[in-house]
Design a protein around this ligand. Structure first.
Ligand code: SAH
Length: 240
């Protein structure tokens, strides 16, 4: 049994003793159930990813009125046409990236900041770009309030990457692009990994790209459905 789940039985015993469970306790139980039923049962075994998903309170990143839906097995609306991905998809992408704690990571599509918070627990520093100003501010507040400090945010077009801090050991794009943006490949370090949904329409294929000895390889992983990556190297803004 993964370590993160071993305290669950203890919590259930405490609950029996006191006959009640606090609001925080209830969220914690939902989080462990999410891990067990949606993530571990579907084959994700990366202990660091499981621990991060247990540690980061997903409900604090969405509107308070929706917090009871935070741990359900689906994506959730976060406004401005964006969604926070289904927990399994987030776990799958993070474990495919094979992150090391010393890695420098670029995230494109900060959204509400949830995935950035997970990345911050799994790597040395996270650079994250969001195109929509309102979401950029929302993510900034969410991350600051919850003390995720090794993250640098920017409001802009992430399809161009962020050359100032390149190269990156790992990159994760949370929006679907018709093709792999060349600047992202260029800004990937030797041995670097890039995961992103690629496809013209609403359905895409999740791809994992590796750069080794300057050679770039691409593997198809899974059919997915993400919102569009809008920008110079993604969907053109006028037609999107
Ligand atoms: N990872 C996020 C979910 C992101 S949803 C989370 O955990 O909440 C995808 C996001 O990509 C949306 O917020 C959308 O506005 C953003 N996006 C789309 N095109 C972009 C671009 N070119 N650069 C940066 N962000 C972009």
């Amino acid at each position: 049994m993964p370590k993160v789940l071993s305290s669950m039985n203890r919590m259930k015993r405490d609950e029996k003793k006191t006959g009640s469970v606090s609001r925080q306790g209830a969220f914690e139980i939902s989080r462990k159930k999410m891990l067990q039923d949606q993530i571990i049962s579907r084959g994700i075994r990366d202990e660091n990813v499981l621990q991060a998903m247990y540690d980061v309170p997903r409900h604090l990143f969405i509107e308070e009125g929706m917090s009871f839906q935070a741990y359900q097995d689906s994506p959730l609306n976060i406004g401005w046409g964006a969604t926070i991905s289904q927990p399994f998809v987030v776990a799958y992408m993070l474990s495919a990236l094979d992150l090391k704690f010393e890695d420098k990571v670029l995230e494109v599509g900060t959204g509400c900041g949830y995935q950035a918070a997970l990345l911050s627990r799994l790597s040395h520093h996270v650079y994250s770009i969001e195109r929509v100003k309102e979401l950029f501010f929302k993510a900034r507040d969410n991350l600051k309030q919850n003390n995720y400090l090794n993250i640098t945010l920017k409001c802009g077009d992430g399809s161009q990457g962020w050359s100032e801090f390149a190269p990156y050991d790992a990159m994760i794009v949370a929006a679907g692009s018709p093709k792999v943006p060349q600047p992202l490949i260029d800004q990937l370090s030797e041995g670097g990994r890039l995961i992103l949904p690629v496809g013209e329409g609403i359905d895409q294929e999740l791809k994992l790209i590796r750069k080794e000895k300057s050679k770039v390889t691409m593997t198809s992983l899974l059919p997915v459905r993400f919102v569009k990556l809008k920008g110079e190297h993604g969907h053109q803004v006028e037609s999107a």
